[in-house]
Design a protein around this ligand. Structure first.
Ligand code: NAP
Length: 288
């Protein structure tokens, strides 16, 4: 299997590495060329100087960039992968983007005989580095079956959830859950610290009960020590909540919690924390 990987960021760099380590031939492209050079040295793969050049002759092309506009840039622009992908090949977008974009790309790719799937991921930087991501997929069964060996190389679970766009809708639901869980955790830690409880003892205890969560397990220590310069950026979370709110508006769905937490993240951004991890909701309480 010949694979191209477009976008070697926090997520894409290790994901492309897992594909290479699973024995497939991989050609990467990254806008900042130094990162692609570093990847080629580390994994002994190939690199190209445009998305279209990386994708030429590939069976599967994987994309993991920032937002809708970035996906358009690397897929449908003059240098985009759809300009070189051959009939019968597969384009998989791992970016967290809108369902509308996924449906648009499914149509566009289909017109030239290329199969498209939207496949946003969950599990963070650690999930990408450990090849243990959860992947939510929208597209056709036959495409999923063909691309599954590639996706398996960096995931612990992946599932086809229906038509193109459904992967992005599932990711929006994922982010809605996270918004509530992180704000709950931030409020609980702030409440406990101000009431004089020992944070370590508290979490050791309540994480074993019904309040336990991925966020609690993976973020309580850094939250207690006021460390936020890592992880999943507030800027990305606001992009994701924006996608969820837009979709909700279209369907006449009320999301009071998401609206509130999105406003809190806006405050974190305004205080200079756009690149902080999403657990920095606690800083709104403790830094005042
Ligand atoms: P990142 O570290 O900021 O990397 C973004 C990548 O996209 C970089 O390789 C960047 O190239 C490239 N890129 C951005 N805009 C581009 C454009 N217009 N043309 C070409 N390349 C472009 O982001 P990340 O954390 O890997 O996240 C990638 C996607 O996964 C996002 O949609 C994010 O929401 C989602 N996600 C992230 C996490 C997480 O924990 N980080 C978890 C789940 C999902 P340069 O190197 O040149 O900047």
């Amino acid at each position: 299997m010949k694979v191209a990987f477009i976008g070697l960021g926090v997520m894409g760099y290790p994901m492309a590495g897992h594909v290479k380590n699973s024995g497939m031939e991989v050609c990467v492209y990254n806008r900042t060329t130094e990162k692609a050079q570093r990847w080629v040295e580390e994994y002994e793969g190939h690199m190209a100087l445009s998305p279209a050049k990386a994708a030429a002759d590939c069976d599967v092309v994987l994309v993991c960039v920032g937002n809708d506009d970035d996906v358009r840039q690397v897929t449908t622009s003059e240098d985009g992968v759809l300009n070189s992908m051959r009939e019968g090949s597969i384009l998989v977008d791992h970016t967290t983007a809108s369902a509308a974009l996924a449906r648009e790309l499914y149509q566009k790719a289909g017109k030239q005989g290329v199969q498209f799937m939207d496949a946003p991921v969950s599990g963070g930087q650690a999930g990408a580095e450990n090849g243990a991501l959860t992947v939510m997929i929208g597209g056709d069964q036959v495409t999923y079956d063909s691309a599954k060996p590639v996706i398996d190389s960096y995931s612990k679970f992946n599932k086809l959830l229906g038509a193109a766009g459904n992967g992005q809708l599932a990711k929006a639901a994922n982010q809605i859950c996270i918004a509530g869980v992180v704000e709950g955790l931030a409020e609980a830690l702030n409440f406990a610290m101000k009431a004089g409880l020992n944070g370590e003892d508290l979490i050791e205890t309540i994480s074993k009960g019904a309040a336990g969560s991925w966020q609690m397990e993976n973020r309580y220590q850094t939250m207690l020590s006021d460390e936020y310069e890592f992880g999943f950026a507030v800027d990305w979370m606001r992009k994701d909540l924006g996608i969820a709110l837009e979709e909700a508006k279209r369907n006449g769905v009320d999301m009071p919690l998401v609206n509130m937490v999105d406003g809190f993240y806006e405050e974190v951004q305004a205080s200079g924390g756009g690149r902080w991890d999403t657990s920095s909701l606690l800083a709104r309480y403790t830094k005042n």
